[in-house]
Design a binder for this molecule. Structure first.
Ligand SMILES: Cc1cc2nc3c(=O)[nH]c(=O)nc-3n(C[C@H](O)[C@H](O)[C@H](O)COP(=O)(O)OP(=O)(O)OC[C@H]3O[C@@H](n4cnc5c(N)ncnc54)[C@H](O)[C@@H]3O)c2cc1C
Length: 457
């Protein structure tokens, strides 16, 4: 495609088109292991740039891969078939934060934490909180239906998208939903676009739901003897009428790595850790905290610490974030799989992870969002560059995913399918679900130019 960059420069202006080696290399990959260099990078600055790019691409049959901040975990924004990498990061304006309507209107390149701060400055809250929130874009969050610890109480990205503007493969603009918090006019096209991993349309604007910011937060951090005890604690908390904003657990391997990295004194005692967060008005938070302390003590925890207020809670979240770095500090590579199991399977999952460890010789660390059964299972491998080791790691992953599917779980709760999980796609969904995906894809993108080379081929 020798004229591709010249044609696009003529259409959009040279400042929006790049074929610099460094730019092409940077836009070839995300945080996963796949890499594929695009022919050209387009840095869209407005919806019309996206429209023009897609009109040109559909006329000439050129693949287009939308990209946000490229911190995905499944190779979703990797331009697997080359062509155009279409970056939305320059479209980063927060167009409106409107407490009266409980909405924000944003461009797709806004970084998630920036919107949270802008809403917070007016006493409002945008709850979806992927751990990558200081780096990832709202467009990427929408395309992957991102989640995080607070989704137990507040829901995932889908629950906050009221309206969307998206450019379809032929360059036409779809407007779906709007500023209303309820809207049942026609099919749920917003829901169709959310989580579509850049394969049905390119999000150029979103109207997001904001809710009042809870004035106070409190947290509990508890060490337990065993994972079975911590899993029981999760069930007891929920069965006792509490709906925490977060309910996180970590296993023995994770805690051992944390002890090595952070030291004994900072890391909770025992072989399993529980973190509970609640929020609301100060009086009710204090009352609820006291009740939770009583409940968790009665379950036989080894130690229990409390935190009230933002600063004190941040100390516990810092510890939770350090778990990831502690695992990295082992010198091993983390194959982080965001699987989901029905919550009653948490103990089975950790037992199965131990079995995998013994069978394949790789340590396996489990931690994550226990409240919704979304546990990050990290298979720790020395390298992915050595073919025999990679083959062993993939065999372990095959077993993990087979078991998850057999339990009625999901192969991804947050990160998406992308390239990383494409090989389990057909096992994960029934043929009718796959066929419906193909019908929708064919209707909206008949030439298959939008983000090809992923789980639909
Ligand atoms: C340290 C770390 C922690 C993480 N923690 C979490 C977590 O807690 N929860 C979670 O859900 N994820 C998490 N992730 C994964 C990742 O951050 C999310 O998937 C995030 O939503 C990706 O956003 P992005 O802007 O980087 O998107 P990209 O990686 O650039 O793209 C992701 C997908 O979205 C598509 N896309 C991007 N922008 C658009 C657009 N405007 N229109 C249409 N399609 C588009 C791409 O084609 C691709 O398929 C984590 C990643 C890292 C590195």
């Amino acid at each position: 495609m020798p004229h591709l960059a010249d044609d696009l420069s003529a259409l959009l202006g040279p400042d929006r088109v790049s074929i610099l080696d460094a730019d092409l290399a940077a836009h070839a990959t995300d945080k996963w292991f796949a890499s594929s260099t695009p022919q050209v990078v387009v840095h869209a600055q407005c919806a019309q740039d996206v429209v023009q790019t897609l009109r040109y691409a559909s006329t000439n049959g050129i693949p287009v891969t939308p990209q946000g901040a490229r911190v995905g975990y499944v190779g979703g924004c990797v331009p697997a078939r080359g062509g155009i990498a279409l970056s939305l990061l320059r479209m980063n304006r927060i167009l409106e934060v409107n407490p009266a309507d409980g909405i924000a209107v944003v461009e797709p390149g806004v970084i998630t934490a920036d919107l949270q701060q802008a809403a917070r400055a007016q006493g409002w809250f945008y709850p979806p909180d992927p751990a990558s929130l200081k780096e990832c874009s709202l467009g990427g969050n929408i395309a992957t239906n991102a989640g995080g610890p607070r989704c137990l109480k507040y829901g995932v990205t889908r629950h906050y998208v009221l309206g969307l503007e998206a450019v379809l493969a032929d360059g036409s603009i779809l407007t779906a939903g709007g500023r209303c918090h309820k809207n049942k006019t026609g099919f749920d096209l917003v829901g169709l676009m959310v989580g579509s991993e850049g394969m049905l349309g390119i999000v150029t604007q979103a109207t997001l739901r904001l809710i009042p910011h809870p004035p106070t937060r409190a947290m509990l951090s508890a060490g337990f003897r065993s994972f079975a005890e911590v899993a029981e604690a999760v069930q007891r908390i929920l069965n006792s009428g509490f709906l925490p904003s977060a309910l996180e657990i970590a296993d023995k391997f994770t805690l051992r790595a944390a002890r090595e990295y952070l030291g004994e004194s900072v890391t909770p005692q025992g072989d399993a850790h529980l973190l509970v967060e609640i929020d609301g008005h100060e009086d009710s938070v204090k009352n609820e905290l006291a009740l939770l302390v009583r409940l968790i003590r009665s379950l036989g925890c080894l130690e229990l610490e409390e935190a009230l207020g933002e600063t004190a809670c941040e100390r516990f979240w810092k510890l939770r974030r350090e778990f990831s770095y502690s695992l990295r500090n082992t010198g091993l590579i983390k194959l982080n799989e965001d699987i989901v199991v029905p919550r009653s399977r948490l103990v089975d999952l950790v037992d199965f992870a131990e079995q995998l460890q013994q069978q394949h010789g790789f340590p396996v660390a489990c931690f994550g969002h226990a409240g919704d059964g979304n546990i990050h299972v990290n298979i720790m491998v020395p390298t992915m560059d050595d073919p025999p080791i990679r083959a062993r790691a993939e065999a372990a992953l095959d077993e993990l995913f087979r078991q998850i599917i057999a339990w009625g779980g999901a192969i991804t709760g947050e990160h998406g399918v992308g390239i990383a999980k494409a090989r389990w796609w057909h096992e994960a969904v029934p043929p009718s679900t796959h066929q419906t995906h193909i019908h929708l894809k064919t209707a909206l993108d008949p030439q298959g130019i939008l983000n090809p080379g992923k789980f639909l081929g």
